[in-house]
Design a protein around this ligand. Sequence first.
Ligand SMILES: Nc1ncnc2c1ncn2[C@@H]1O[C@H](COP(=O)(O)OP(=O)(O)OP(=O)(O)O)[C@@H](O)[C@H]1O
Ligand SMILES: O=C(O)[C@H](O)[C@@H](O)[C@H](O)[C@H](O)CO
Length: 218
Amino acid sequence: MPNGQDQAATVPLPSSSVKPVTATAAGTVVANGQTHHQRQHHLWLVTGPAGSGKTTVAEHLATALQLPYIEGDLYHPKANIDKMSAGIPLTDSDRWDWLTELRKQSNSRIHDGAEGVVVACSALKLKYRDVIRVAAYWDRTLVIHFIFLYAPAELILERVAARKGHYMGANMVKSQFDILERPREDEVDVITVDASGDVEDVKEDALEKVRALLAAEG
Ligand SMILES: Nc1ncnc2c1ncn2[C@@H]1O[C@H](COP(=O)(O)OP(=O)(O)OP(=O)(O)O)[C@@H](O)[C@H]1O
Ligand SMILES: O=C(O)[C@H](O)[C@@H](O)[C@H](O)[C@H](O)CO
């Protein structure tokens, strides 16, 4: 083993009254000199531009896996909703508190006893996904996966134009694609799902990929 590769990282817990815990791998912690093998919990982030099918797929996964579901749209502050309803794209700074709130909500569902959580959240840029990845810093049992839904902008535009009663209008789709940073090859926690097919096929494809990952993890 090369020098340093096997070394554990010491991670302080949020409360200063708690002794530091040393994490060696997801689900294994060393506290007070004792190793505890903890059950892993999964955080499934369904991501992609507005109209890519996040809500549709996330609801399906949550039902099939019997996990709580967090709809990211419900956690935007009113100022963000007002902006998007007026056809004004959000900026990075509009999104930070929203992303950290989604992360906090995810951690607290697990803390309260959920086996895992499904979250619908656009997470358009690498740095937004990185904000979510910090959830595993606070909970070493957490395994995070992003399910990135991708379809051409023209197709998504058609779907959003046909959708009724949503604040995100078709005029906003281009701005989402303009800033979209498609997951890089080294983002190994991302599964890409082709969202251009029939809705039932897309839902099943996402679920199959999730089940394959769970099976591979044993
Ligand atoms: N594979 C599909 N084929 C056809 N229509 C779809 C498909 N997936 C979703 N839709 C429809 O496209 C619209 C957008 O889907 P959905 O609301 O799930 O996307 P979203 O990514 O959650 O959008 P937003 O980010 O704006 O909330 C909805 O009207 C939905 O019924
Ligand atoms: O990051 C963003 O710009 C937002 O999250 C949007 O993507 C919307 O919330 C969502 O997609 C609703 O249409």
